[in-house]
Write a protein that binds this ligand. Structure first.
Ligand code: ADP
Length: 580
């Protein structure tokens, strides 16, 4: 019952399965103890009836008092254990599952994040796990325990009097049959509700992110109408889903309760025909309340369990996505980056075809080419942010596909356009380059990256918090922070995406100055946008249509008649920007 498929169905950890087993066992014990209480009541009633009808003296009153006290004590003890097993232990499970998912996400190839949006992933880590938490704590042990205890009680009833047992119990399988029949519908509704919910979060996120543009272009009403539409849709889908679940759950509950009527009818008929006495009917009526009580609650939970399986399968999808793995050690001979016949596609779209080139250590290799020709892709592949489809990429002779991406990345610094700054102080933002760097080292790197001059003007200097995503810094300043990080890291390979953002001349000169310090002696692969960078490069790789169209020193390429590089240079002669 609690095998691998159970574990996957509810996205449980190994410990979670153990906890559920415990919770189930305790639920069975609790249900049986309560049933035992009913037995005591039945015994007492028969004795009293005996006294009333035959005038026999009331026997063993103290025995009953003792039994009742023992029952109360046992009942409290077992309930406490059940509570501990179901709730106490499950809370650790939430933490364990969230950490497992976060660890997994950290190791997933970046391509995965292109396919799933952020709102969706957040919903999985927070929403889906919360929903499952409720199922783990309130449903699993309770429901499975009730299955087992009811089966035990049903067998006892059947042995005692099968006519009466059938009259009591027929509703249980019918009610569950009805619910299981509606399972597909519940799942479909849940998927729809979730999709609509994600659209709402996406809409809100999009509106907040673009608030400036929306205001500037007077598009408030269009965006708000759109968002209102999404919220209305979500509400409708949700109400429809809950309504249909509610109908099935209530119908099942009513059917199960019809068992009380059939028990009374059958019981009365059997009493009249002299086959049973009234006390037996009384006993079955007592028993029936105990059979129904856990299931009544379980019926409401079971709908939640069906729905939670959608959450579980979303979690499992992340768990099942293959991660990039490799050796823990990386000892290349030098740091030349070599692309050998590399082919790569995003999903179905082929972006690179048979790309071969070498970026030498101690040299600046500039990737140029029209927008969309695959320059950024090459830079990402060089750091194994994605795995390639064909060919080979080596660093110092070592195939990077054989190295664990985290180990590999310790040899890389990336200075990309979209610098991510965290909501922390300047000092900590720079320290991200190398954990454990001292304050003095951070300051030295900041100075070398020309950060020092603007940092000291900030209200608290290096201890000034910079807003989420560095909203309080200019483009050039953010970029210099990112260069400071790279300087601190001092890794042998630097991947650089030159900013296209229009920096003012002063800022640009400072960024250039900082860069020249960073790049010295490294293997540098730069996605070049500026003439100055291209001219200063040791080697230029011209990409066009996902292939290397030209390769050589800038001086060499400029002389090539009808060459792309020559044409681009002429086109760009009057502009500082390189991209076309
Ligand atoms: P460049 O840097 O030369 O402008 P890119 O390497 O960014 O070119 O992109 C090459 C092609 O790959 C483009 O057609 C672009 O649309 C596509 N592309 C880039 N990133 C992704 C992605 N994450 N998913 C799908 N397609 C992408």
């Amino acid at each position: 019952m609690f095998g691998k498929s159970f574990q996957r169905k509810y996205a449980l950890s190994d410990q979670g399965v153990k906890n559920t087993k415990q919770a189930t066992v305790w639920t069975v014990i609790v249900n049986l103890v309560v049933m035992g209480g009913m037995g005591i009541l039945y015994l007492m009633m028969t004795r009293f009836m005996d006294t009333l009808t035959n005038g026999a003296p009331l026997p063993g009153i103290w025995l009953f008092v003792g039994l009742i006290l023992a029952f109360v004590a046992l009942s409290m003890l077992t309930h406490l254990q059940q509570y501990r097993a179901t709730y106490g232990l499950v809370y650790g499970e939430v933490k364990a599952v969230r950490i497992t998912i976060a660890e997994r996400l950290r190791k997933l190839p970046l391509g995965y994040f292109g396919k799933r949006d952020l709102a969706d992933l957040t919903e999985t880590i927070m929403g889906d796990v919360n929903r499952l938490e409720h199922v783990w704590s309130h449903c699993l042990g309770y429901l499975y325990g009730s299955y087992i205890s009811t089966a035990i009680i049903a067998v006892m009833m059947l042995i005692y009097d099968w006519h009466m047992a059938m009259a009591c119990l027929w509703g249980v399988p019918v009610a569950f049959g009805l619910l299981f029949g509606s399972r597909k519908l519940a799942k479909r509704n849940s998927e729809r509700t979730k999709a609509a919910g994600i659209q709402v979060s996406d809409g809100i996120q999009e509106t907040l992110e673009n608030i400036r543009e929306i205001r500037a272009t007077n598009q408030e009403s269009r965006f708000l109408d759109d968002l209102n539409g999404k919220i209305d849709h979500h509400e409708k889908v949700m109400i429809k889903g809950e309504l249909s679940t509610g109908i099935f759950v209530n119908a099942a509950s009513v059917i199960m309760r019809l068992g009380v009527a059939t028990t009374i009818l059958t019981g009365t008929a059997l009493i009249l025909s002299g086959q049973i006495d009234f006390m037996l009917l009384f006993m079955f009526l007592l028993a029936i309340t105990r059979v129904y009580a856990p299931f009544d609650q379980a019926l409401a939970l079971i709908a939640e369990m069906f729905v939670s399986q959608v959450s579980a399968s979303r979690l499992m999808e992340i768990q099942d996505t293959p991660i990039a793995t490799g050796a823990d050690s990386f000892a290349p001979k030098g740091h030349d980056i070599s692309f050998q016949n590399v082919g790569f596609s995003y999903d179905d779209k082929q972006v690179l075809r048979g790309v071969s080139f070498t970026a030498k250590e101690g040299e600046v290799t500039a990737l140029v080419g029209p927008s969309g020709s695959g320059k950024s892709t090459c830079a990402r592949l060089a750091a194994r942010l994605w795995d390639i489809d064909s060919g080979k990429i080596t660093v110092g002779g070592v195939d990077i596909a054989s190295v664990d991406p985290e180990v590999l990345l310790s040899d890389y610094s990336m200075v990309f356009q979209d610098v991510v700054l965290f909501d922390d102080t300047v000092m900590e933002n720079i320290r991200l380059g190398r954990r454990g760097a001292t304050d003095d080292e951070v300051r030295a790197a900041a100075k070398a990256a020309n950060c020092d001059e603007f940092v000291v003007k900030l209200p608290k200097g290096y201890d000034t918090p910079i807003g989420e995503n560095g909203a309080k810094l200019s483009g050039g300043e953010r970029q210099r922070i990112s260069i400071a990080r790279a300087l601190l890291k001092n890794s042998p390979i630097v991947l650089l995406d030159e900013a296209t953002a229009s920096l003012d001349v002063e800022n640009e000169t400072k960024v250039q100055g900082a860069l020249s310090r960073l790049l010295e002696g490294k293997t540098v692969l730069v996605i070049a946008h500026r003439m100055r960078t291209v001219e200063a490069a040791d080697k230029v790789i011209v990409l066009a249509d996902g292939k290397v169209a030209e390769e050589g020193s800038p001086a060499e390429l400029i002389t090539r008649q009808n060459g792309i590089f020559r044409r681009m240079t002429q086109l760009q002669a009057s502009s500082a920007e390189w991209s076309i």
